[in-house]
Design a protein around this ligand. Structure first.
Ligand code: TRP
Length: 457
């Protein structure tokens, strides 16, 4: 067994590019759209506390394990997992873990592109000035108009997937690397500007209280499962995106420190987005924090539309969301593309087109669940909600659990010590305790209780 492999896809220019790429993957619709609305539905404070606990005790350790496998295998998640399983003389069934990942990636990308499409549409809608002075019901109607039009949704879904292909086709250095190095700094600047805006123009105090007052009664087991699912989703773990990015990480980069930096950035962006959105919601009469998926798309136009010139800031916000979604979606696409290239010896371009086509077709299901299929439901979910629940709350935790068990108990210890060189002793020991004892137990408990709460009681 060679401890250091050479991959066919190349590596990032530096550790910093990996940080930008992994942060780009992590920071996305999960932070700006999903976190505020899920926190809103689950009552705020207590949910946020459980969520941050999940990030630290489960998310960070699982993420380190994923990067480790990726960097050891230096291929797509499926083959990195296979390589690591072989090198560890483990039962070959472990390699199926890589498969759940690629499948979850396709499913997530399919609905992700539809929501990202809403954000693209809203850039235009906000800049058009049409929503100037709109009230809550007017903004609600504008949002429903968008959802009611399959063609408009498909148009933007297609544009968004096109943007993703444009990046991934360029490969690791000139495509993904270049994109994240440009987009991420831009994203941070825009986020800070919007935070300043909401601080001065919104009800910042109320937003702060809502996110940080710990009212445990508002939280059910289902809420705890959602907090954990959200931790997986937002860190992009449990499906191989981080494994794929880890495969392009330079050998001398320190895994522990790097992952902690990424998790910190990611949580910071989620909290900041929550502060921005809730400051605005609480400053606007008639808007509820528990509005659900439409929270961002209904509340922000009302708030921005009430200030002269505010719609331009609103458009900026949706540009920000689109950029965040874009830098995440490329990480959903890359693992599948890398895998198809390895499997069939295809060119990057061909692999891209095949995967995007499949995703596009699947995405139509999500498009239609907001209009012509909105009456159909399966176990209480429409197609879109079902995919969201299945991937974030079921597939990601299950594959995260197996990745952790594999790295905790099965992988050859030389691989771990080789990849973890440079990670400090304290972090290494905490990580070992977390993946051996805390994460597997916590994931299983939350998973079982959450599913029970959802389907049985
Ligand atoms: N983390 C992204 C977000 O919060 C979404 C995402 C990108 C993702 N890659 C992933 C989720 C891989 C799960 C797995 O929006």
């Amino acid at each position: 067994m060679a401890l250091q492999q050479k991959g066919m896809h190349g590596t990032w220019a530096s550790r910093w590019t990996f940080i930008m790429a992994a942060t780009g993957s992590a920071v996305g619709l999960g932070n700006m759209w999903k976190f505020p609305y899920v926190a809103g539905i689950n009552g705020g404070g207590a949910f946020v506390l459980v969520y941050l606990g999940c990030i630290l005790l489960i998310g960070v350790p699982v993420m380190m394990s994923e990067v480790l496998i990726g960097r050891h295998g230096r291929q797509s998640p499926v083959n990195s997992m296979k390589e690591t399983v072989t090198d560890s003389n483990a039962n070959s069934k472990w390699r199926y873990v890589g498969w759940i990942g690629v499948l979850a990636g396709l499913l997530i990308l399919s609905f992700y592109a539809v929501i990202a499409g809403w954000a693209l549409d809203y850039i235009l809608l906000m800049s058009s000035g049409e929503l100037q002075g709109v009230n809550g019901s007017g903004a609600g109607a504008a949002f429903e108009n968008l959802l009611a039009s399959p063609l408009r949704l498909i148009l933007w879904q297609t544009v968004f997937l096109g943007l993703c292909v444009a990046v991934v086709i360029g490969g690791v250095k000139k495509g993904l690397g270049l994109a994240v190095e440009t987009l991420m700094p831009l994203l941070f600047v825009m986020l800070i500007i919007l935070l300043g805006f909401s601080f001065f123009k919104g009800n910042f105090q109320a937003a702060f209280d809502f996110l940080f007052s710990f009212n445990l009664d508002a939280l059910s087991w289902r809420g705890v499962l959602e907090a954990m699912g959200q931790a997986f989703f937002t860190l992009s773990i449990g499906m191989g995106a981080i494994m794929a990015y880890g495969a392009y990480m330079p050998q001398d980069a320190n895994i522990g420190k790097t992952v902690l930096i990424v998790a910190f950035f990611d949580s910071a962006v989620a909290i900041i987005s929550g502060l921005i959105i809730f400051s605005i919601v609480f400053a606007t009469p008639g808007l509820e924090p528990s509005a659900g998926p439409g929270l961002m798309f209904i509340s922000l136009p009302v708030a921005f539309g009430s200030i002269p010139g505010g719609l331009l800031i609103g458009a900026t916000f949706f540009i920000l969301v689109s950029i965040a979604a874009w830098s995440s979606a490329i990480s959903l696409l890359e693992p599948c593309v890398a895998w198809l290239m390895e499997l069939k010896n295809l060119s990057r371009a061909k692999a891209n087109l095949i995967i995007i086509f499949i995703t596009w077709i699947l995405g139509l299901g999500s498009v239609f669940s907001f209009n012509i299929w909105s009456d159909y439901s399966f176990m209480g979910f429409n197609f879109f909600d079902f995919l969201d629940f299945l991937t974030a709350n079921i597939m990601l935790p299950i594959s995260g659990l197996f990745i952790t068990l594999f790295v905790a108990y099965v992988i050859k210890s030389e691989i771990v010590s080789f990849e973890m060189q440079g990670t400090s002793g304290v972090i290494l020991n905490l990580w070992r305790i977390a993946i051996r004892f805390i994460a597997p137990f916590a994931i299983s408990l939350v998973f079982i209780m959450g599913v029970y709460d959802n389907f049985v009681s």
